[in-house]
Write a protein that binds this ligand. Structure first.
Ligand code: NAD
Ligand code: WQD
Length: 332
């Protein structure tokens, strides 16, 4: 039996593929390469010394999706595929609703038809929006404030409806906080097609000289140094979280919703300072206006992940900064 990783050549999917292959799982990756490169397939094989099947397909296409389920013996789906850039989603909402929601519906149709009952889904802490209280618990109300985040929220609701219609299914919905870092080999990491909008990939490109200077969006928040606070989590910790979530599905939990974060908040300035400390003083920055739509502080309550998933993040911010830069240098 194989685990199907949708979007498995992307940033989080590729690290999860490594984790699962290293645990002896049989993995199939499907990806349309819209935001990833085929070379990642060889890098995963190089890191693990294991082979796996790769299928290039756009999961918006129901016929192609169905063929994958018909021709393979799939036990579970880990569903990463989707578009993920908040700013782009504001300008192209239909593109986001169409891709993220349609591919999920196609997967669910095929899972039902071919009796595949387990799915781990990549959700996002951005669905919590702005909260008065920290840390953020899974029980908090949701306030998605852009089309990207709304696709995640709607998909969560679709999965719940689907479960209510057929209790055989199990869904582990993982709400990631801010994934950063890269595999220690430096072979795989975050490799956006366009100029990055997220903090860490922007920092690494300033460090290599590809971008000139980091703009820090706002230094007048009510935080210790005035810059935003986020819960950065190493992507290899996230990958372990997925392996544990797949185990959790074997306990037949129905719909299981869980934060994946470290539970620690670091300011943007602390992050840049740590990056400069561990990698050499490479990143110049300036303070500019706040970015519209940003929240001041976000970090996870990790109690549920620790208790019910047995998950505890182990990488610290220094390791996140070191590995991010190592990948960027190798990949330049
Ligand atoms: P990514 O863009 O690196 O990976 C997504 C992969 O999906 C890409 O390889 C892309 O080519 C593929 N894909 C997109 N549409 C497809 C389609 N129609 N058919 C087949 N493949 C398709 O993104 P990532 O950072 O690895 O994120 C993975 C998932 O986690 C996404 O769903 C994202 O929304 C979610 N997430 C990411 C973050 C983050 O900060 N990276 C945070 C929270 C949630
Ligand atoms: C982090 C902090 C910025 C860039 C988004 C999505 C979330 C998830 C991760 C997908 C903020 C500051 C950033 C820069 C800066 N993705 N910043 N200069 O906004 O917390 O979350 O990405 O699911 O869903 O909402 O992440 O990395 O963009 O920003 O000062 O050039 O860094 O203002 O405080 P964010 P981010």
């Amino acid at each position: 039996m194989s685990i199907l990783l949708t979007g498995g050549l992307g940033y989080i999917g590729s690290h999860t593929a490594v984790e699962l292959l290293n645990r002896g799982e049989d993995v199939i990756i499907v990806d349309d390469l819209s935001n990833s490169k085929i070379i990642v397939k060889n890098k995963i094989m190089q890191i693990t010394g294991k082979k796996f099947k790769f299928i290039k397909a756009d999961l918006k296409n129901l016929k192609k999706t169905e063929k994958i389920f018909k021709n393979n013996n799939i036990s579970a789906v880990v569903h990463f595929a989707g578009y993920k850039i908040v700013g782009e989603s504001l300008n192209h909402p239909i593109k986001y609703y169409e891709n993220n929601i349609l591919i999920t519906l196609n997967l669910l149709k095929c899972m039902e038809k071919y009796n595949v009952y387990n799915m781990v889904f990549s959700s996002s802490a951005s669905i919590y929006g702005d909260q008065n209280e920290m840390p953020v618990k899974e029980t908090f109300s949701t306030h998605a404030n852009n089309p990207y985040s709304r696709t995640k929220l709607y998909i969560e609701e679709i999965l719940k409806d689907f479960y209510n219609s057929n209790n055989k299914f199990n869904f582990a919905i993982l709400r990631y906080f801010n994934p950063v870092g890269a595999h220690e080999s430096g072979l795989i990491g975050e490799d956006p097609n366009d100029t990055p909008t997220n903090l860490m990939p922007y920092i690494t490109k300033v460090a290599t000289g590809e971008l000139k200077e980091l703009s820090i969006f706002g230094n007048d928040y009510s935080t210790k140094d005035g810059t935003g606070v986020r819960d950065f989590i190493h992507v290899c910790d996230l990958a372990i979280g997925h392996a544990l979530a797949l185990n959790k599905l074997k306990e037949k939990p129905g719909v299981f919703i869980c934060n994946l974060g470290t539970g620690k908040g670091y300011t943007v300035l602390e992050t840049v300072t740590t990056f400069n400390k561990v990698n050499g003083n490479l990143v110049k920055y300036k303070f500019v206006e706040r970015r519209s739509g940003d929240i001041a502080i976000s970090y996870a309550d990790t109690t549920k992940a620790e208790k019910e998933l047995k998950f505890k993040a182990k990488y610290n911010l220094e390791e996140m900064c070191k590995t991010s830069y190592k990948f960027e240098k190798n990949n330049k």
